[in-house]
Design a protein around this ligand. Structure first.
Ligand SMILES: [Zn+2]
Ligand SMILES: [Zn+2]
Length: 336
């Protein structure tokens, strides 16, 4: 089959690789759509990951089912969480392999979905394989993974309708967080980002005030908009020193900061700034596929404003260049 293979920093080549073989507990999925993720770019930009086939945000049709797999049939349209449990940890021994604390991940530790076919080694309906309802397109289904991360973070904050919520950093996760907050009925959503394409998308996603952080002072705008009280909850989706510092300043006394963005560098911070305001810092890393699928099914979250570019599998190198360097790109999809 054809697959997009990483050969070194910023060197993706579409080439022929061996077809995946279905294991007893696995399934094989014929891939329809696969998103390029910001996490993929962290690997893509650096040497040392040769041979990686990316792709963990995907959808397709099941074409082969392992002998030991129950309740999954070929022909099912689905999206999936691809992981391989360690079989050694507490959770694996408890039979809760989907909670494995040392799982190998599809698209990083073993071949992902930027290929004609992908093997999901641990197939269980509702845990790793999620059939998609008719209302969802394949591209919607390939967006479930990033949306599920945004949903998880928003749900963790338990927002109330009358609160002022700020989203700092308008990558895909931040933009979906804006949509999920809107769907939750939050009346005052302030969103700060940098690229004009993403600022425009934030408005379409339902942000009430959109701040161009390249031109405006994010702190000043949010403090003014909140009568100098600050935001009840801040979603820090950028993962930088600057945005962390801003979050601490704009969070209202007793408020929450949800740490969502992935920090590439360690932070310098004065804990007193958090202590003195009685702030709660919450780390957010998790997903909820069923909730994300439901939001898409009900039309409360839409993928249209998010998917900006589509490429064939043969054009995978261009797809990565676009996601990495084209300021108009929000989510790039590869269509094998
Ligand atoms: Zn992702
Ligand atoms: Zn385990």
């Amino acid at each position: 089959m054809k697959a997009a293979v990483l050969h070194g920093a910023k060197d993706i080549r579409t080439e022929t690789v061996p077809d995946p073989v279905c294991t007893p507990h696995g399934v094989i999925i014929k891939v329809n759509s696969c998103g390029v993720c910001g996490s993929d770019l962290h690997y893509y930009r650096h040497d040392g990951h040769d041979g990686t086939i990316f792709g963990h945000e995907f959808s397709g049709d099941i074409v082969e089912v392992g002998a030991a797999v129950k309740d999954i049939t070929t022909g099912t349209r689905c999206t999936a969480v691809g992981f391989s449990p360690c079989e050694k940890c507490y959770w694996c021994h408890e039979g809760k392999k989907h909670r494995c604390s040392d799982m190998a991940l599809l698209g990083y530790h073993f071949p992902g979905a930027m290929a004609e076919y992908v093997h999901v080694p641990f197939a269980a309906p509702g845990r790793s394989i999620f059939p998609i309802p008719q209302e969802l397109t394949y591209e919607d289904a390939a967006s479930v993974e990033p949306l599920s991360i945004s949903y998880f973070s928003v749900n963790r904050s338990q927002p109330k309708e009358n609160e002022i919520v700020a989203v700092i950093g308008l990558g895909v996760i931040g933009l979906y967080a804006v949509q999920v907050l809107k769907a939750a009925g939050v009346k005052q959503i302030l969103a700060a980002g940098r690229r004009s394409s993403r600022l425009a998308a934030a408005e379409k996603c339902g942000a009430d005030i959109v701040i161009d952080a390249a031109l405006e002072d994010t702190v000043k705008v949010i403090m003014e908009a909140s009568g100098n009280l600050g935001a009840n909850t801040v979603f820090e989706c950028a993962g930088t020193q600057e945005t962390f510092d801003q979050s601490v300043v704009i969070a209202r006394g007793g408020g929450k900061i949800m740490l969502v963005g992935i920090y590439e560098e360690p932070l310098t911070w004065q804990p007193l700034s958090v202590i003195s305001k009685n702030l709660t810092l919450t780390g957010c890393l998790g997903g909820n596929f069923p909730a994300a699928i439901q939001l898409l099914k009900e039309g409360k979250v839409k993928t249209q404003n998010m998917i900006t570019h589509r490429f064939s599998l043969d054009e995978a190198a261009e797809a990565f260049r676009t996601q990495d360097g084209d300021p108009s790109a929000i989510k790039v999809m590869i269509k094998p």
